[in-house]
Ligand binder design. Structure first.
Ligand code: CA
Length: 221
């Protein structure tokens, strides 16, 4: 889950930001000053929403400090002032985008999403597990070089497991990750998909391991 650090001295705004971002599926960390923000900035911070006018160190100063420390964490400035000069200062000090207050929830989420997309390193598209190769981009799976046709959901399950190789996922983990829009899916559905996947893996069916009490994982044979 992507973690967003919110640096904003006005509590109401901070709470609204946090509420909306958490509802949209992000984890948030709050700071009321730039100094506190710098302390709470970690490797797991995916993005900073940074107010410009803060008591003590300003948002622009905090951004410069972060860039001087050679961090490329994306920064979106929040400001009540929307003059051209502020925008230019914001980008000079290392900001990736700019939101003028007051802003709508839709605008906030759209900008956060766009900046995260633009700045996140491209995900690899090909994954291997022994003879099984999954290419996410082209939605193809090959086994020993031969194309195997998996249904959409079978493919999604395999792609998820191969991306997280070595970790176990229970049926409910898989439902939560892969059936976001259909929470009524039952465990039995997963069992059926898993059985189909095993059949299609044929002699390599043991790549897909099921461990009692842990769940499913892919292990190269
Ligand atoms: Ca402020």
């Amino acid at each position: 889950m992507e973690e967003i650090l919110i640096v904003e001295d006005e509590r109401d705004i901070r709470e609204i930001l946090s509420f909306n971002l958490e509802r949209a599926g992000y984890r948030t960390v709050e700071a009321s000053t730039a100094e506190e923000g710098l302390e709470k900035l970690t490797q797991s911070t995916s993005l900073i929403l940074l107010d410009v006018m803060l008591p003590g160190m300003s948002g622009f100063e905090m951004a410069s400090t972060i860039r001087e420390a050679d961090s490329h964490v994306p920064i979106i400035f929040l400001t009540a002032r929307s003059s051209e000069e502020d925008v230019l200062n914001g980008f000079k000090s290392g900001g990736d985008d700019y939101i003028a207050k007051p802003f709508s929830r839709a605008e906030l989420l759209a900008r956060v999403k766009a900046v995260l997309k633009r700045t996140s390193p491209p995900m690899p598209t090909k994954y291997e597990c022994g003879p099984l190769v999954i290419d996410i981009e082209s939605s193809t799976a090959t086994l020993d070089g031969k194309v195997i046709l998996f249904s959409r959901k079978e493919f999604d399950i395999l792609a998820f497991l191969i991306r997280n190789q070595g970790s176990y996922f229970s049926r409910s983990d898989l439902i939560r990750e892969l059936w976001v829009d259909a929470p009524y899916v039952i465990d039995r559905t997963i069992d059926v998909h898993i059985a189909h996947i095993r059949t299609k893996l044929g002699p390599y069916k043991d790549l897909l391991v099921s461990r009692n009490g842990f769940g499913y994982t892919l292990i190269p044979g």
